[in-house]
Design a protein around this ligand. Structure first.
Ligand code: AMP
Length: 312
């Protein structure tokens, strides 16, 4: 069993009201792969420059993540992103995006990456997502993430990708923007009509919902005392969610399995934001994840079987 992810491998500079860190290892594929590596063998498809060192590589390889399909461009520079968080730590401004080696990236997949049963198309140019989707004919579960930038400038390609995948994972604003609908529920229904059978709406620090034709499930984010750096929370969530589904290959996927996948995604994402960059998730252990999932179950359960005499 294995899982392939295509997306950004990056250097991130992040500023929060409390602290600032420069050129940390980041990128959507990096955060996703670290989270998914709890559940399956992960192959990362991406591109870096020669500023990407053995130390950066070892963050991934130390968790048995296969980096054979991370192309290295001699003389090139790795994708760079810089962002600043607002006081509420939920919204941010992008200060800088330097595509660098990403600009001419054409993924060439090894047999191992092509043969994966599960495929995740992390946030990247939709035309590249489409190319990878076409190379991974054996995948029995495919999921896609995107962002406002591609909805604005490459919507047609993005819709082609959406028509071909099983699951779409976007944040609430992006889902509404993509469909032109004013609520998550109506936007998700519109997306279900476009192809995918599963829609996940991430709502930042408020949690996430999963919507299918069978029904829906909503989970708050794990309540933390402090958040150090929310960058990559969405990708860690997706890594836990898709990773859990990869490890539970019974198809079709039931809402029961999706509820648990949501809990694992939320648990890993909550660890991700406790420290900057990949610091926390790279030393996270399986028992810590399981314990947090149990806590999430405990704090979201209630008993509705006792009768109350309502007065009207
Ligand atoms: P998230 O906080 O889950 O939205 O993910 C943030 C990650 O996405 C950071 O590590 C960035 O390196 C990466 N990222 C930011 N902008 C882009 C972009 N235009 N394309 C691909 N990856 C990006």
């Amino acid at each position: 069993m294995s899982l392939t992810v295509v997306g950004s491998v990056a250097f991130d500079s992040v500023e929060t009201p409390a602290a600032k860190r420069d050129r940390m290892l980041g990128g959507a594929a990096t955060h996703f792969a670290l989270a998914a590596s709890f559940f399956d063998d992960v192959h990362v498809v991406g591109v870096v420059g020669d500023d990407f060192t053995a130390e950066h590589e070892s963050v991934l390889t130390s968790h048995k993540i296969d980096i054979a399909d991370i192309e290295r461009v001699e003389g090139g520079k790795t994708f760079f992103w810089a962002g600043r968080y607002h006081d509420n730590m939920n919204s941010r401004d992008t200060l800088d995006t330097q595509l660098n080696v990403f600009e001419t990236f054409e993924p060439k997949l090894s047999e191992a990456s092509k043969n994966a049963e599960t495929l995740f198309l992390a946030n990247i140019v939709p035309a590249i997502q489409l190319g990878v989707l076409e190379q991974c004919e054996k995948a029995t579960f495919t999921a896609v993430d995107s962002m406002d930038l591609w909805i604005n400038i490459a919507k047609e390609d993005l819709l082609k990708v959406i028509a071909k995948v099983d699951c779409i994972i976007l944040n609430d604003e992006e889902i509404e923007m993509l469909t032109g609908k004013g609520t998550i529920v109506s936007a998700a229904q519109a997306l279900l009509d476009l192809g995918p059978s599963i829609v996940v709406a991430k709502q930042g620090k408020y949690g996430a919902g999963v919507i299918t034709k069978e029904g829906s499930f909503w989970l708050p984010a794990y309540p933390l005392h402090e958040v150090a750096d929310p960058t990559g929370a969405g990708d860690s969530f997706a890594g836990g969610f898709v990773g859990y589904l990869a490890a539970h290959p019974e198809r079709p996927i039931t809402l029961e399995v999706l509820r648990r996948a949501m809990a694992y995604g939320s648990a890993v994402a909550s660890f991700n934001v406790e420290e900057f960059g990949t610091d926390r998730v790279s030393r996270l252990t399986g028992p810590e994840v399981v314990a947090r999932v149990k806590e999430l179950a405990a704090i979201t359960q209630f008993d509705d079987t006792t009768q109350v005499d309502l007065r009207r």
